[in-house]
Design a protein around this ligand. Structure first.
Ligand code: AMP
Ligand code: MG
Length: 413
């Protein structure tokens, strides 16, 4: 039985099929050459192999003395060995130091190992002498030496295609001498809020007006999800203003998100009115709560994906997490990014309208495996969203779940 048959509401589309349509409609961005400074969060389009040995040369693992290991073989705390010190090799010294048998050099961590040396005696085993040094312990050949290529040899795979580049990958690529990579950058998203009632925080409001919150919340959520996000200034409820703002945002965006103006208010639902004329954006009622009115399609010459989310802040946020977040993965040619899902025991009852999948705000206690619905589940109640860390899923055909029942839970970032 489909949801529509079950509820008699033929217009409602299940969440999963709506998401599947979205995922199928989004094409990956083309990969391009990215300098490391713009590669954070980008997804590698090809494997990167080491072109040079890492480390690039034999060097000292410690501060100490470069020696001929044989010269230290007899050293013990009772009968230490004393060697003349011929000089010192700090890190960054590229000179070729000569070190005949029976002599040594002070050497610092990361400094080029003199060609003659085959061990480093840590300074802790010595009297730290400058002209001559007394060594209390024998160093095996190779001791405290970091060999060229010991971390990665030329040709070794460093980072595989499909990896989202994080701090350690960037560090490794830099260490291995790669200044650029071929990758799909973080998709650029612009968030536009529509509504005549909206005022920038910091400006005075009069009754009838509210401070605008969606664009900041969603730009931040987008950034967290892996997009490069920016917000557009507030867009008034006029068709031309909406179209002009979208036109403006298209330049420099790989994806657009609008909020507001898509519900059932007829001529007041300006986003719907403006985009319906284009014929490339579909407006749906999705079988969910919050967030029933949804729109998705493409705009502009490049067929840029656009999500028109409902204006109520909680609806907008939940819709973003369910439908927009997956798009970042698709745009970067990876699996759709989804919120982590788990199961937990309800610490209180959960209610849901028949025929709609509910995403109720809850506080998940991962250690105890329980989740408590928060008080205040209406779509405008952002303060209650701020108290939640997870969403309780109540399936379409369920209207009530009792305390002690196990529920599917989406963990919020
Ligand atoms: P709409 O979807 O435009 O009908 O708006 C539904 C509700 O969400 C109304 O109460 C709006 O005032 C509110 N709303 C719409 N956009 C925003 C926004 N950007 N920030 C805060 N509240 C909003
Ligand atoms: Mg509105």
């Amino acid at each position: 039985m489909t949801v529509a048959e079950h509820t008699g509401q033929s217009a409602l589309q299940p969440v999963e099929s709506y998401l599947a349509e979205i995922i199928a409609a989004i094409r990956p961005l083309p990969p391009r050459e990215l300098g490391l400074e713009e590669a954070e969060g980008a997804v590698l389009a090809a494997d990167v192999a080491a072109a040079w040995p890492l480390p690039p040369f034999d060097n000292s693992a410690m501060d100490g003395y470069a020696v001929h290991a044989a010269d230290t073989a007899a050293a013990t705390p009772e009968r230490p060995v004393t060697l003349p010190v011929r000089g010192e090799v700090p890190a960054g010294d590229t000179a070729r130091h000569v070190m005949p048998p029976g002599t040594c050099l002070r050497i610092m961590t990361g400094a080029l190992l003199p060609a003659d040396a085959d061990a480093v005696v840590p300074v802790e085993w010595t009297d730290a002498g400058l002209d001559q040094v007394t060594i209390r312990q024998a160093a095996e050949p190779g001791h405290a030496i970091r060999r060229a290529g010991g971390d990665a040899a030329p040709g070794d795979l460093l980072v595989t295609a499909g990896t989202r580049l994080g701090p350690v990958h960037l560090g490794l690529l830099a260490a291995a001498g790669h200044a650029a990579v071929t990758a799909r950058p973080r998709p650029r998203v612009t968030v536009l809020s529509t509504g005549n009632e909206l005022i920038e925080p910091g400006q005075p409001v009069t009754p009838g007006q509210i401070w605008e919150s969606n664009s900041r919340m969603l730009a931040s959520a987008a950034q967290q999800a892996g997009f490069a996000a920016r917000r557009h200034p507030i867009v008034p409820d006029r068709k031309e203003a909406v179209l002009a703002a979208i036109e403006d945002a298209l330049a420099g965006s790989d994806l657009l998100v609008t909020t507001g103006g898509v519900s059932m208010g007829g001529e007041h639902d300006i986003v719907k009115a403006a985009l319906q004329d284009l014929g490339t954006v579909g407006f749906r009622k999705v079988a969910m709560q919050p967030g029933m009115p949804q729109g998705f399609g493409t705009v502009g010459p490049a067929g840029t994906p656009i999500f028109t989310l409902p204006g109520n802040p909680v609806s907008a946020y939940v819709s973003f997490q369910l439908f927009v977040r997956p798009a970042v993965g698709v745009l970067q040619n990876r699996e759709p990014e989804r919120l982590p899902q788990t199961r937990a025991v309800l610490a209180g009852p959960a209610r849901s309208p028949r025929g709609r999948k509910s995403f109720l705000r809850g506080t998940l206690d991962p250690a105890r495996g329980t989740i408590a619905p928060v008080t205040g589940q209406a779509s405008h109640q952002l303060a209650s969203l701020a108290r939640a860390n997870a969403l309780i899923i109540v399936p379409e055909d369920v209207t009530e779940m009792g305390e002690g029942e196990r529920a599917d839970v989406l963990v919020l970032p």
